[in-house]
Ligand binder design. Structure first.
Ligand code: KIV
Ligand code: NA
Length: 264
């Protein structure tokens, strides 16, 4: 079983063979997704919404993500593990970004880091890559800038497509090995994918990209409230767990659990 490396994403693009990613925040899901052949696992700052109980990703810290990333990296045999750099851990400059990336690499066993921003983050990307750490870039809708962008809005529509292209080229030139395109029109993502040498990874970016990524809790049916339109739910684990909890409670109340077979 060969570990996935950055060159495999590049080769997948060149062969036209799409690759697959999911987020993961713990050892149990990391093991399952790895054994199922998911190519990369992102320990996203979406842990803020899905694990830590925050409304946005903004409060998430490096110290929050280090133990989660260590759990995921320690659980996989094949998948490529990407550590997400949270808000406030790279914006002040390349040196801050490098410090954060080095912490993730030393303390977690992740294989790469991800940070948000195109042209505005190019110097940070370059500095991290120069230190030998692979960087996955992230452009389009960038949740850490939700307030600056005015909400959860599709990016790169109309005239803004040129800005998205400029961001895509900037991260490629800065040395990113791949770039996430979040919530961009399919036609624009197609153009970015055709123009770049490095692979594109879509999250709500349509089918004309080199790889796909979804937040696992959305994908497995845990999301309460509005599920983004680009998510396909592959399971309904929320219902499975809720039914199990109700059945357990009923068994205890009716004294049908535990029985002799569950007792010493
Ligand atoms: O944190 C995250 O899950 C992400 C993906 C949605 C791209 O950054
Ligand atoms: Na993120």
């Amino acid at each position: 079983l060969k570990r996935v490396r950055t060159r495999h994403f590049q080769a997948a693009k060149e062969e036209g063979s799409p690759f697959t990613g999911l987020t993961s925040y713990d050892m149990l899901t990391a093991q399952i997704f790895d054994e199922a052949g998911i190519d990369f696992l992102l320990v996203g700052d979406s842990a803020g919404n899905n694990v830590l109980g925050y409304d946005t990703t903004l409060p998430v810290t490096v110290d929050d993500l280090i133990p989660l990333t260590r759990a995921v990296a320690g659980a996989v045999k094949r998948a490529f593990v990407v550590a997400d750099m949270p808000f406030g851990s790279y914006e002040t400059g390349p040196l801050e970004a490098l410090h954060t990336a080095v912490r993730f690499m030393k303390e977690t066993g992740a294989h790469a880091v991800k940070l948000e921003g195109g042209r505005r983050s190019a110097e940070q990307i370059r500095r991290i890559v120069d230190a030998g750490i692979p960087v996955m870039a992230h452009i389009g809708f960038t949740p850490q800038s939700e307030h600056g962008l005015g909400g959860h809005l599709v990016q790169g529509r109309g005239q803004a497509a040129d800005d998205l292209l400029a961001d895509a080229h900037a991260v490629e030139e800065a040395g990113a090995f791949a770039v996430v395109l979040e919530m961009v029109p399919a036609e624009v993502a197609k153009r970015v994918t055709a123009e770049l040498r490095i692979p594109t990874i879509g999250v709500g970016a349509g089918p004309h990209v080199d790889g796909q990524l979804l937040v696992w809790t959305d994908w497995a049916g845990f999301t309460t409230g509005r599920v983004p339109r680009f998510v396909k739910q592959y399971a309904d684990l929320k219902t499975v767990l809720a039914d199990a909890a109700r059945a357990y409670k009923a068994d205890v109340q009716e004294r049908t659990f535990p029985t002799d077979e569950h007792s010493f």
